[in-house]
Write a protein that binds this ligand. Structure first.
Ligand SMILES: NC(=O)c1ccc[n+]([C@@H]2O[C@H](COP(=O)([O-])OP(=O)(O)OC[C@H]3O[C@@H](n4cnc5c(N)ncnc54)[C@H](OP(=O)(O)O)[C@@H]3O)[C@@H](O)[C@H]2O)c1
Length: 274
């Protein structure tokens, strides 16, 4: 695969949890060079610690950081995005690409605070990016071209899978895959608890639950088969699984998960900044 990022200068504004995961992966995989990469945070002491850890320039001056770079990644909290845009807008040019990971901040909100024609890409990653197993949904703003989307996808492919959607779907992406790890951790915790209930040591129960979840997810991704079909293959007539499925149906697991994602999507819309 070609490295579209080779030779690009990048400024990542807000190297907190998500920003650092991304930066570290891009540097470690050699997709960005340390000398062409800079980052910012709010606090001087954190800047020093991060610079020592990542071996890149880290400061607290956003305007200084974006001068002359090719890609500006905005990874501050959503409520800080407008302040940061105000600081950098005088230095941003249409030759640069802005990639924002801020939840619920529409591309139009970012565009209105910048000079005209600046390409903006909005991305919604999730925490499993930490282990290269992330899922990132991306969409483009008014001025972004296909090559800008491809460049942004390349950044997030380093930490997992990517999918490009229309911006109207970004709140749903937030609710499903960005919040999703929390739902799966609850399911894992419950399955491990169930193992304990039926006599397994907790560590073994957790291993069984987690590896089973990973395996089932890989089968869905790698075969492309419908999950219902795969479920049928596990369900022997008059066997154990069908008894368990009856309990799940009675407990309304399906509708509960559907309602959870619907609620989170509504909340992401309510939180829209801009
Ligand atoms: N965490 C997730 O699962 C996740 C998933 C998808 C998207 N996101 C998005 O990622 C963004 C960051 O979330 P996070 O969880 O990484 O938050 P975080 O750990 O709190 O990171 C925010 C970073 O922004 C820095 N910062 C604050 N004000 C700044 C300013 N004016 N200029 C430059 N840097 C500034 C902070 O600096 P200090 O370290 O010095 O305080 C901190 O490093 C949010 O917009 C969120 O919606 C997060």
């Amino acid at each position: 695969m070609t490295n579209d990022l080779a030779g690009k200068k990048v400024a990542l504004l807000g190297a907190g949890k998500m920003g650092s995961i991304l930066l570290q992966a891009l540097l470690e995989k050699g997709l960005l060079s340390r000398k062409s990469t800079r980052a910012t945070v709010a606090h001087e002491e954190r800047a020093k610690a991060l610079a020592a850890k990542l071996k890149v320039r880290v400061g607290t001056d956003n305007a200084e950081a974006v001068k002359g770079v090719d890609i500006i990644v905005i990874a501050v909290k959503p409520q800080v995005v407008e302040d940061v845009l105000r600081e950098i807008s005088g230095y941003v040019t249409p030759q640069q690409v802005i990639v924002s990971v801020a939840a619920s901040v529409p591309t139009a909100t970012i565009e209105k605070d910048l000079p005209v024609n600046v390409p903006v890409i909005r991305a919604m990653p999730n925490t499993p990016c930490l282990l290269g197993s992330g899922m990132t949904g991306l969409c483009k703003g008014r001025f972004a071209k296909a090559k800008d989307v491809a460049l942004a996808c390349r950044m997030f492919e380093v930490v997992g899978r990517t999918v490009v959607v229309d911006e109207k779907h970004m709140d749903a992406v937030t609710a499903l895959s960005a919040s999703g790890p929390a739902y799966i951790y609850i399911i894992l915790e419950s399955l491990a608890e169930a193992g304990v209930k039926v006599g397994l040591p907790r560590d073994i129960a957790t291993l069984l639950a987690a590896q089973t979840t990973l395996g089932a997810a890989r089968v869905v991704l790698e075969t492309g088969d419908h999950p219902a079909l795969l479920k049928d293959a596990v369900t022997t007539p008059a066997g154990c699984t069908i008894d368990a499925i009856m309990e799940l149906e009675e407990g309304k697991l399906r509708v509960t998960l559907i309602k959870a994602v619907v609620k989170a999507t509504q909340r992401a819309k309510e939180l829209a900044f801009g």
